[in-house]
Ligand binder design. Structure first.
Ligand SMILES: Cc1cc2nc3c(=O)[nH]c(=O)nc-3n(C[C@H](O)[C@H](O)[C@H](O)COP(=O)(O)OP(=O)(O)OC[C@H]3O[C@@H](n4cnc5c(N)ncnc54)[C@H](O)[C@@H]3O)c2cc1C
Length: 269
């Protein structure tokens, strides 16, 4: 990869949240009810990678784990400036919780052997845990900074970023190889041109199944078998309305009734 930075962007395909329906019987999103799009925060991650590529030179690899149909997300990423796409797809990856997802993604990165920077979205709009980025960094044994709002400098050795955690901003220099997760404030993702879209249709997407990662990973730790957590129940919290009482009569009578209720509730003695 020479002097060029090797940047990996993790991209998840998610249902269009404006249109998707929730099946309360099964507690799952009915993914067939809406078209799939790139997770919006991952568009920011991709844009950040492409801007670094334009500024200092880089090769940008987009990786996604998902069904075969997620290939379209990788083509979209190529149309927006990624150089290549890798899809992890296999029934053995299915049913993964965040840990097994992160293990599979980090194993794919490990297989690439040479990389400098991994960029993720801060979270997804369907799972919304914000766990995958930091977990991938831990599996790879590299430092990470989450919630990056601005990239101040990047070169082969380090990246300087501004990150917001709670009410505070932190300016941090991250030694590479490292990982960052970005917020929507980091940039405004570009739209692909028609020419780029047509070009991306012809691009070859590399497809890896679980066995493709067997030299760098324990394949039993993918999917359901590698997931220590299970979803026991999904439900919308019951919203309790404010309970009101009307005390009728003249002001003295009403005040007496209010005091009576407050005494019953042990609010006053
Ligand atoms: C017990 C359990 C079972 C589950 N079973 C299923 C299932 O059968 N099918 C299913 O679709 N989901 C399943 N999920 C959800 C699945 O674990 C999450 O979708 C996945 O771990 C990502 O978590 P998240 O969406 O919260 O990502 P976050 O941690 O919020 O994402 C942060 C960033 O990580 C990257 N990222 C996250 N996921 C991917 C990905 N797949 N590919 C590339 N980059 C990614 C993106 O850059 C993203 O912006 C299950 C979850 C649990 C807990």
């Amino acid at each position: 990869m020479g002097d060029q930075l090797g940047i990996i962007v993790l991209i998840k395909q998610v249902p269009d949240i404006e249109k998707v329906r929730f099946d309360f019987e099964t507690g799952r999103l009915d993914r067939s009810s809406a078209e799939a799009v790139i997770n919006p925060f991952d568009l920011n991650a991709l844009e950040a990678a492409v801007q670094i590529k334009e500024a200092v030179g880089a090769t940008v690899t987009a990786i996604s784990m998902g069904p075969k149909a997620a290939e379209s997300a990788l083509r979209d990423a190529i149309a927006r400036g990624a150089d290549r796409g890798i899809l992890l797809t296999d029934t053995r990856f299915a049913g993964a919780d965040t840990l097994a997802t992160s293990y599979a993604l980090s194993s794919a990165i490990r297989r690439l052997s040479s990389f400098d920077l991994v960029i993720c979205g801060e979270k997804t709009i369907d799972g919304d845990t914000a766990q995958v980025g930091p977990e991938v960094a831990e599996f790879l044994g590299i430092p990470h900074v989450a919630y990056v709002e601005e990239i101040l400098e990047a070169d082969k050795k380090r990246i300087i970023v501004k990150s917001r955690m709670g009410r505070n901003y932190y300016v941090l220099a991250l030694r590479l190889p490292g990982l960052i997760t970005v917020t929507k404030d980091v940039n405004a993702p570009r739209l692909p041109t028609l020419r780029d879209k047509i070009r991306s249709r012809r691009a070859e997407i590399t497809v890896w199944d679980a066995d493709s990662l067997s030299e760098v990973a324990d394949t039993r730790l993918f999917g359901v078998s590698g997931s220590p957590t299970t979803v026991a129940r999904v439900y919308a919290p019951h919203a309790e309305k404010r309970k009101g009482m009307i005390f009728r009569g003249n002001p003295e009578e009403a005040a007496e009734k209010i005091v009576g209720v407050l005494k019953d509730l042990r609010v006053v003695g």
